[in-house]
Design a protein around this ligand. Structure first.
Ligand code: SF4
Length: 375
């Protein structure tokens, strides 16, 4: 069985009405239980839970420190290519957007690697648009071989792949995979993804599970909040993470909470996830899945990232450029979206320490002989 039948079952429910029907007693029961069921998760995401945010925050803080300590994993993204064959209507790299397309050659990959490594970063997230001719699995393998000289942990945020393709990347040093479903609303999905391979809802939905099967150490999922009602997508994201955690206990499952940001296209979000909504989302997720990693990116402002630090965050990006070659090349470039937090790795570290948190650059080293010499 895959996650699809579960997703379809929830998709068939009148979720808006169910959220509206949650009572304060349901919320109290959900917060005070030792474990939380999917129904409890729904209660904590509902409008009825808003007056309980302080209570939820205290429990979320305790659970986060219990499972993760006061540590924040640091990572930075590297865009290898912005060629894309998809028409996601909310993205600046959409194939119909008239932007300068770039693709890093091996020597440029090495230059970017050196520039990022000089900041002290050890965990890298490599990204491409969805264009297999410009960023083929073989291209990604060769880039990983270059990058693994500098980074002990390399994750991918690229197009959905087959199990064998993920496994080939694991073999050369990729240890993490991020895949945003964007929205779990199967009816809305084709409107947002009118053309290109990403149009295939099923293939994308099952990609995180294929990555688990392929031997990824970390699998990170999420929805782009704002495409549909944030409560519905947050509910399905948590249920998806719970499904993967239960079925693949040897894989670290993590969730990102990205909100819509300004970009090169004209699409505007269907619903706005406010700061308070974001907080509620994170608290409910932490109480539902105490062991899940939670990533908050530089889409959020420095002030907001610092405010929500104690509530469940385990991973943050820093020193971010969403442009291809943006770490080592100067010039007029277009990023995938605008970032809000432009702090360097050093600046974020200093701020984390100020708040009593330990920034963690690396807590894992692959010693398996299949991956070659340890770095
Ligand atoms: S979201 Fe990804 S797949 Fe969609 S247009 Fe942007 S880069 Fe391409």
């Amino acid at each position: 069985m895959s996650f699809y039948p579960i997703c379809a079952e929830y998709g068939a429910l009148p979720l808006a009405e169910k959220f509206a029907a949650v009572t304060e007693d349901d919320v109290r029961r959900a917060i005070n239980g030792t474990t939380a069921s999917p129904e409890d998760f729904m209660a904590m995401l509902s409008p009825a839970a808003v007056p309980f945010l302080e209570e939820m925050a205290q429990k979320a803080n305790k659970l986060t420190e219990q499972y993760f300590g006061k540590t924040i994993q640091m990572f930075t993204p590297l865009y290898l290519s912005n060629y894309c064959t998809n028409r996601c209507i909310y993205c600046g790299f959409n194939t119909t957007n008239n932007i300068k397309r770039d693709h890093l050659e091996p020597e440029q990959v090495e230059e970017e690697a050196k520039a990022i490594a000089a900041t002290g970063m050890k965990q890298l997230l490599i990204l491409t648009g969805d264009a297999r001719t410009k960023a083929s699995p073989e291209y990604l393998e060769s880039c990983t071989k270059i990058l693994s000289k500098y980074f002990p942990s390399i994750s991918i945020e690229i197009y959905a792949m087959e199990v064998e393709e993920y496994a080939a990347l694991v073999k050369v040093g990729v240890d993490g995979m991020t895949m945003f479903q964007e929205t779990y609303n199967e009816e809305l999905y084709p409107t947002l993804h009118p053309a290109g391979p990403k149009k295939d809802f099923h293939f994308r939905l099952n990609a995180p599970e294929r990555a688990c099967k392929a031997g990824m150490r970390v699998v990170n999922i999420g929805a782009l909040l704002g495409l549909d009602d944030w409560r519905k997508d947050s509910l399905l994201t948590g249920i998806h993470a719970a499904y993967l955690q239960k079925k693949y206990p040897n894989v670290d499952i993590a969730v990102s909470l990205p909100r819509m940001r300004p970009h090169a296209g004209s699409f505007q979000p269907a619903s706005i996830a406010t700061d308070r909504d974001m907080v509620q989302n994170m608290l409910a997720l932490r109480l539902f899945l105490p062991r899940v990693g939670i990533t908050v990116s530089t889409r959020e402002s420095p002030e907001f990232r610092e405010q929500i630090l104690p509530l469940g965050v385990t991973k943050m990006s820093a020193g971010v450029s969403t442009e291809v070659g943006g770490h080592s090349q100067k010039g007029e470039k277009v990023g995938q979206f605008d970032i809000s937090d432009g702090r360097s790795a050093a600046e974020l570290c200093a701020d984390l320490k100020k708040h009593g948190y330990q920034p963690v650059f690396k807590d894992w080293q692959c010693l398996d002989e299949h991956y070659g010499e340890p770095i």
